[in-house]
Design a protein around this ligand. Structure first.
Ligand code: ATP
Ligand code: MG
Ligand code: MG
Length: 380
């Protein structure tokens, strides 16, 4: 049997491992933590830092091909591994996704518009910021996720203060845009250049964290969906990307579509594919990595995905204790996925619930019932 390696031991790695094992692969996970969601289910777990040469050498020795589940894995680790084994996605593509300034330049060079923005790395650039970008969001160029490393600013004075608060690391200031909806598109591209896509996903965020994904996207007209998919293909093609890539879009009040950011891996907004599509995003990642054909995904069920954050583990009485799942799972078309995380924390992704049905209306109605049972907002 062939062996696949994964850098990173989080939930995305865990679901990748499950998909790989179902297809007969052995998996080895490399993660700095002794215990991790993916390490717990893989055949082997290497506990090492991402730049530890012994750990990387061991991973390369024992694997036929290696991927990453973690977008902030040092690109150097991927580059080192690529000298020894098949690595997908490539270090260069991941490096583009790791830096918002570079990422935005890539979108523009691929001919896909993104939010008006300015790069801030020094006082001169700070002083030169076009006031038309305010109010805006100051984002650290590197390492941010789930809305971390972001400050909303209204005035030049607030901007200067926020940049100080962010320790004056390289940042991007983006104009605050009026969003009609947030969308994302998953693309999978093979080493041979074959590209397949999933339907457009409509995403609701709460507090900077994904809360709900609905597919088909309830509010999106066909021409916007077509443009989003064409733009996503263009971005993947221009990167010569291999593997699953997720591109996030803002659909604006004036009808324009701009790209927000991308993730070089399967994505939370694609978890619906585990129950609503003929092939999951994790199986496509396995196939792309193993050099196998990529089938065009077919959506067979309308699906709503609800994220299950650690907050649900804490009740008025205290916690952490998991919610009682029995009443939830009595609802038709509910599929529970838990990531096996040892400890619940506020804002931590503990699992997700996929709700499938024959029609979008039916999936939506059950999702509202599920949210109410969980005590989640029913604002979608
Ligand atoms: P992720 O966890 O998806 O990687 P992130 O921390 O990289 O998130 P972004 O996707 O850049 O952050 O922003 C998080 C959320 O903040 C967006 O999904 C959107 O709701 C809001 N947001 C970000 N930028 C803008 C903008 N320019 N205008 C309006 N809203 C924005
Ligand atoms: Mg991000
Ligand atoms: Mg995002």
């Amino acid at each position: 049997t062939a062996t696949l390696g994964v850098l990173g031991g989080g939930q995305l790695g865990r679901m990748f491992v499950h998909a790989a094992q179902a297809m007969g692969y052995r998996c080895i996970v490399l993660d700095p933590d002794a215990i991790s969601p993916a390490g717990a289910v893989a055949e082997k777990h290497i506990q090492a830092d991402y730049l530890d040469h012994l750990g990387l050498a061991q991973l390369a020795r024992d694997c036929d091909a290696i991927t990453t589940e973690f977008e902030n894995v040092p690109a150097l680790a991927l580059e080192t591994l690529a000298g020894m084994r098949v690595v997908a996605p490539a270090a260069a593509a991941v490096a583009v996704c790791q830096d918002r300034a570079v990422e935005k330049a890539h979108f523009e060079s691929a001919g896909v518009p993104c939010a008006p923005h300015a790069v801030i790395t020094n006082d001169i650039e700070l002083a030169a910021v076009d006031p038309a970008l305010l109010p805006g969001i100051l984002k650290t160029s590197r390492m941010g996720y789930d809305g971390k490393g972001q400050v909303r600013v209204k005035t030049a004075a607030e901007l200067a203060q926020a940049w100080n608060d962010l320790k004056r690391v390289p940042c991007v200031l983006e104009q605050m845009l009026p969003l009609k909806a947030e969308l994302s598109v998953l693309v999978a591209r093979g080493a041979d250049g074959q590209v397949v896509t999933y339907p457009v996903q409509q995403n609701l965020h709460r507090g900077g964290i994904l809360a709900v994904t609905e597919v088909p996207a309830p509010d999106v007209p066909a021409e916007v969906a077509t443009l989003a998919i064409a733009s996503a293909r263009q971005v993947a093609q221009a990167l010569a990307y291999v593997g699953v890539l997720c591109i996030e879009f803002f659909w604006l009040d004036d009808g324009r579509l701009v790209v927000n950011e991308m993730a070089p891996r399967p994505h939370n907004s694609g978890h619906w594919t585990m129950n609503g599509a003929s092939v999951s995003q994790f199986e496509l990642q396995v196939r792309a990595l193993a050099g196998l054909p990529l089938p065009e995904p077919r959506q067979h069920s309308a699906t709503v995905m609800l994220n299950l954050l650690g907050d649900l583990w804490f009740t008025a009485e205290g916690g952490p204790t998991p919610p009682a799942w029995d009443r939830l799972l009595a609802l038709p078309g509910t599929h529970l996925h838990l990531y096996g995380k040892a400890e619940a924390r506020h804002g931590r992704k503990m699992g997700h619930l996929n709700i499938t049905a024959d029609t979008p209306e039916a999936a939506h109605a059950v999702a509202l019932q599920a949210a109410a049972l969980l005590g989640l907002p029913t604002d979608f």
